[in-house]
Design a binder for this molecule. Sequence first.
Ligand code: HSE
Length: 308
Amino acid sequence: MKANEIKVFCPATIANISCGFDVLGVALDAVGDEMTVRKIEEKGIKITKLIGQDLPMETHKNVAGVAGLALLLASDYDGGFEIEINKKIKPGSGIGSSAASSAGAVWAMNHLLGNPFQSTELVRFAMEGERLASDVAHADNVAPALFGGFTLVRSYEPLDIVPIPAPADLFATIIHPQIEIKTSDSRKILKTTISMETGIKQWGNVGGLIAGLFMEDYDLIGRSLVDHIVEPIRSILIPGFDEVKKASLKAGALGAGISGSGPSIFALSKGNETALKVADAMKKVYEQIGIDYEIHVSKINMDGVRPI
Ligand code: HSE
């Protein structure tokens, strides 16, 4: 690998994790994009290759291009970058497709420039990719994609990202029914206000989940994977959601819910063996109702974007 180019793995992510809409996320190990970023003399950013998915290659229409431009504008580097993307995460799948490309681009560029930017600045640049993809610059996918593990967006203004530890034996199962749900569409159907009663239940669970992750208390993690606000509305868009969730819990999952804005459904389990059993249970549901799917069982990715 030449010093002026780097190839990186950009992990898929589960955002929200049931109770933490727009604030919680976790990075996955089993699925992600690959990207090669190269310094060039010419100013600006060029997407020179994009394989795997049908997405725009024009810099201003591509999330990696837009996130990269945000970094370029803030830097004093007077050259540019070429990007090659092997897009393995389907857009509209709910496992952070746009975040992986945005995070990968800014991480790789920062690396090639000698790391002039701090982690919070990288999150800000990558959020511009999310703004393009979903009209809202949310950070709950790009933060774990960049840093790995679980992350909490404690505040957006000012941006304050808190890394949260992951118990060593925690595994994720993710099933992706082969339909596409645009994040922008699935945000439009949400209510803009909640009652005090609902708020109390929800922030109890957010606190419980964070405490459970710190204390490696798997039961507490499971009890806290409850969403009183978003899941009741969005789950209507996902075929077989209730059945998949029920089957996952019966197979031993700690909890299950919508991955990001869906349609993927995630479950967290203690141990790989249980996560595999949960995968079998999820598959059976979609096979019975005749829905095509992709499925992943993954340990938690603790590195975020990494050179390969
Ligand atoms: N928090 C965002 C949402 C994540 O649920 O709309 C999108 O992946």
